[in-house]
Write a protein of this length. Structure first.
Length: 231
């Protein structure tokens, strides 16, 4: 079986020249993203249609964020990502797509004002975290959970500042929250304070208002600052 299609297998002791490709992606990403102001990374499923409630919600959130002057960062693909880019662009805002090359993935969506193309997931992840002041997580699959848990891990271990993480859609996320609360926490796998690393919202206006408040107050630099009560 030829495993050359697997990215990780490209980086071997015999092919260390690949590190220059990694460096080039980092440099290109840093150069493009450093010009972006306050931004919010938005995640969610790539497998749902644009007329779904999740996509309509993502488009509305992105539109309202762009109206407030925030750039919107997505993975550049279909589904929730496309809806996010569409909403941001419709509001005349900065609509960023961090596209990833995948064997069976659909083409980048057409609503990106800044389009970057990555081969390596870990470099793409750096861009999502480094240039966002908040994460907005709509319903999604493994990729969404991956971005969510990595962000929470980096905050928990103090590898990055404590920027806000928002779970949008209480009906979808509540079983996951219950599992953390009733299974992980009692066994000591996480601490009680870890349950405060995210907030749950259903209303897009309340969500955007809280994001705007956090940016105005620089809440991520003031862990002692109490956020407004989450309705």
């Amino acid at each position: 079986m030829n495993d050359s299609r697997f990215v990780i297998d490209e980086i071997t002791s015999k092919d260390t020249w690949q590190i220059f490709r990694v460096m080039s992606e980092l440099v290109e990403g840093f150069d493009a993203m450093s010009k972006v102001g306050s931004a919010v990374s938005l995640f969610g499923s790539a497998r749902i249609a644009q007329d779904s409630n999740e996509c309509k919600l993502a488009e509305e959130i992105a539109f309202k964020l762009a109206q407030r002057g925030f750039a919107v960062i997505t993975g550049g693909g279909p589904g929730v990502m496309e809806a996010g880019n569409k909403g941001a662009k419709a509001a005349g805002g900065v609509s960023i797509g961090l596209n990833i090359r995948l064997p069976n993935e659909e083409k980048p969506n057409p609503f990106q004002t800044i389009e970057l193309d990555f081969r390596y997931f870990f470099i793409r992840k750096v861009m999502f975290v480094k240039y966002a002041m908040a994460f907005v997580m709509l319903p999604g699959g493994f990729g969404t959970l991956d971005e969510l848990t990595e962000a929470l891990t980096l905050i928990q271990t103090k590898k990055i500042k404590r920027f806000p993480v928002y779970l949008v859609g209480s009906k979808y996320w509540q079983p996951f929250i219950d599992w953390m609360q009733n299974t992980m926490l009692p066994q000591g796998f996480i601490s009680p304070a870890d349950m405060d690393l995210f907030a749950v919202y259903d209303d897009p206006d309340e969500l955007v208002e809280h994001i705007a408040w956090c940016e105005a107050e620089k809440c991520y630099d003031k862990p002692e600052l109490k956020k407004p009560e989450n309705p």
